[in-house]
Design a protein around this ligand. Structure first.
Ligand code: JFZ
Length: 308
């Protein structure tokens, strides 16, 4: 299938974890939260919906610059961007009619971040993918640390409505990056056919479960040593203990990390995989300099080694 080959040719892309949690930056009650990923801080700290909404009220994202982010992705040699439209917190980073718990209605920023990013991606010739959590703490899903939650029918209805919006309002979508949750076989199949009805060429990752996806997502930061007999992608983070922004993050030595990431990219490409490397911008939308510099250095290396 040519759309599968086209997706494989995307080769290397930018994963972005950005949401209300970014504003907290891994800190609650003036304390660094050491357990769990910082994008999951609401669960790890048992933060109420009300308190979380108060954080949303401070989300003015005054430094969010989708044009600069797209330029950064291009400088890094990347061909696509995957954005967290809705993480486990259930907060929608796009305009939705399904809930007021969204960036347009519940933050002072008041704009559709996904739309702004999608628009810039098109201008820059970058493809767009959507991260979408099947766990939704805003829709009564319990704060289960293993995220083994089955999907109640009420949530299934909302997921489908949100997917229709996401697949109708933002142009062509190269991939759907589902995450967590425990759909039944029927639910996996229903979601896959909905996605393909709206966008036949959108590639769906294996975290839709039940072998219903179009490509396999490896474990986070897994670099395979054996050949993989299917279409696949390796998601990776620059900081190993979090995807979302963490203000107190200890950064590894820059050149050692750069060396590791370039090696991993080569290993993934050599085995035919797609490498998806994450950044976690701050709550104000700015990209952490260490991460931006890392991406630019990878891009500079790639330009010195054409053909990778
Ligand atoms: C999930 C999320 O829970 C996390 O917050 C982040 O968005 C990450 C990209 O995806 O975490 C996972 C999911 C699966 C594995 C590891 C972390 N896995 O299969 O190894």
């Amino acid at each position: 299938d040519s759309h599968v080959t086209n997706w494989q040719k995307l080769a290397y892309g930018l994963f972005i974890h950005w949401g209300i949690y970014s504003k907290l930056g891994g800190v609650w009650d003036n304390q660094p939260v050491k357990e769990g990923y910082s994008e999951q801080i609401q669960m790890w700290q048992g933060i109420s919906r009300e308190d979380y909404l108060r954080v949303a009220e401070q989300f003015s994202a005054e430094k969010f610059d989708p044009k600069a982010i797209c330029q950064l992705a291009k400088d890094a040699g990347m061909k696509y961007i995957v954005f967290t439209t809705k993480h486990h917190d259930g907060f929608c980073m796009f305009a939705t009619k399904t809930t007021s718990y969204n960036i347009v209605e519940a933050t002072p920023f008041g704009q559709d971040a996904l739309y702004l990013l999608a628009d810039e991606c098109q201008k820059h010739g970058l493809k767009l993918g959507l991260y979408f959590s099947l766990v939704d703490w805003n829709q009564g899903h319990e704060f289960d640390k293993d995220n083994g939650n089955s999907i109640p029918e009420s949530l299934e209805v909302i997921i489908k409505e949100q997917l229709k919006e996401l697949l109708s309002n933002y142009g062509p979508i190269a991939e759907l990056w589902f995450d967590m949750g425990a759909p039944t076989l029927d639910q996996s199949n229903a979601i896959v056919s909905l996605v393909h009805d709206y966008q036949p060429e959108a590639m769906i990752n294996s975290r839709i479960w039940n072998n219903a996806g179009d490509f396999r997502t490896l474990s986070d930061n897994e670099i395979p040593t054996e050949d993989i007999d299917t279409v696949w992608q390796a998601p990776a983070s620059i900081n190993h203990a979090t995807w979302g922004y963490r203000s107190w993050q200890q950064r590894d030595d820059f050149s050692i990390k750069l060396d590791t990431l370039i090696h991993n990219l080569i290993k993934v490409r050599a085995k035919g995989g797609n490498y998806l490397l994450n950044i976690g911008p701050r709550g104000d939308g700015s990209v952490v300099e260490y991460e931006a510099d890392m991406l630019r250095e990878i891009g500079a290396w790639l330009r010195r080694h054409p053909g990778i």
